[in-house]
Design a protein around this ligand. Structure first.
Ligand code: CAA
Length: 240
């Protein structure tokens, strides 16, 4: 039977590309989304991939949503924690809500989804968790103390959980995308974005499919010896 993958934020942007890449690898994919029901329906109509609505920042909703996916398809073997939001602003203008919402969804979502699925992967002796971090969690970014902190937290979370999963066949890795041509990056003021792109050695924004390719590798059978790693896919903008 095909293995089952949940992709959070899986109906749009990078998540949509990941859902398609995992489907093409032979996984049964469940695409989670939070708000845009119209886009989710269009995604399901176009791809046949079932979409499930819940807020990854809501602990109980993750437990219930993952239980529903398991009831529909048998188990959850792969989780890609891709869902994320920005509430950019310099610290002196940032509100507590801006801070909290980004931490709740971007970092809290990883914990909630792992709590719902990691025990089953561990019991069955096979699993893949891929967390989508960010170049801005590695290098920081002006106007993003909330997002950079949450994404940096994701990289620490990944390395800690990788140690817990290793002897049970559960790998936990992160991808750190750079600036990708998604709605999230399109929301950056054009003058600011122009300066950022000028600092990307490859000379362009990345494509969602280029992130999805990395996720597909980390979820594959052949990547069983890769755990606790961060794969940076950023056009050379930050190397370390
Ligand atoms: N370094 C140093 N100074 C900077 C700066 C930088 N990178 N960016 C802006 N400044 C300075 C400006 O020059 C300006 O200085 P002066 O007042 O002396 O002229 C001052 O900061 C205020 O700048 P803004 O007018 O831009 O301030 P603002 O409050 O209107 O907006 C902001 C601030 C919201 C942070 C805006 O600059 C912005 O949106 N920046 C982009 C942030 C960004 O890159 N977000 C990434 C989103 S995509 C993503 O997150 C995906 C991913 O994982 C990569």
């Amino acid at each position: 039977m095909a293995r089952v993958a949940i992709v959070t934020g899986g109906t749009r942007g990078i998540g949509e590309a990941i859902s398609l890449a995992l489907r093409d690898l032979g996984f049964t994919v469940a695409a989670n989304y939070a708000g845009n029901a119209e886009k989710a329906k269009a995604f399901t109509d176009a791809t046949g991939i079932k979409a499930y609505r819940w807020d990854v920042g809501d602990h109980q909703a993750c437990l219930d949503g993952c239980a529903q996916v398991a009831a529909d398809f048998g188990s959850v073997d792969v989780v890609v924690n891709n869902a994320g939001v920005t509430r950019d602003g310099v610290l002196h203008k940032m509100t507590f809500d801006d801070w909290n919402e980004v931490m709740r969804i971007n970092l809290g979502g990883c914990f909630n989804m792992a709590k719902a699925t990691f025990p089953g992967m561990r019991d069955r002796g096979w699993g893949r968790i891929v967390n989508i971090g960010s170049i801005n969690g590695q290098a920081g970014q002006y106007g993003q103390v909330n997002y950079a902190a949450a994404k940096s937290g994701i990289h620490g979370f990944t390395k800690a959980l990788a140690q817990e999963g290793a002897k049970y066949g559960v790998t936990v890795n992160a991808i750190a995308p750079g600036y990708i041509d998604t709605d999230m990056v399109a929301a950056v003021p054009p003058a600011v974005l122009e300066k950022i792109v000028a600092k990307i050695p490859v000379g362009r924004l990345g494509h969602a499919s280029e992130i999805a390719r990395g996720v597909a590798f980390l979820c594959s059978e052949e990547a069983g010896f890769v755990t606790g790693s961060t794969l940076s896919i950023n056009g050379g903008q930050h190397m370390y």
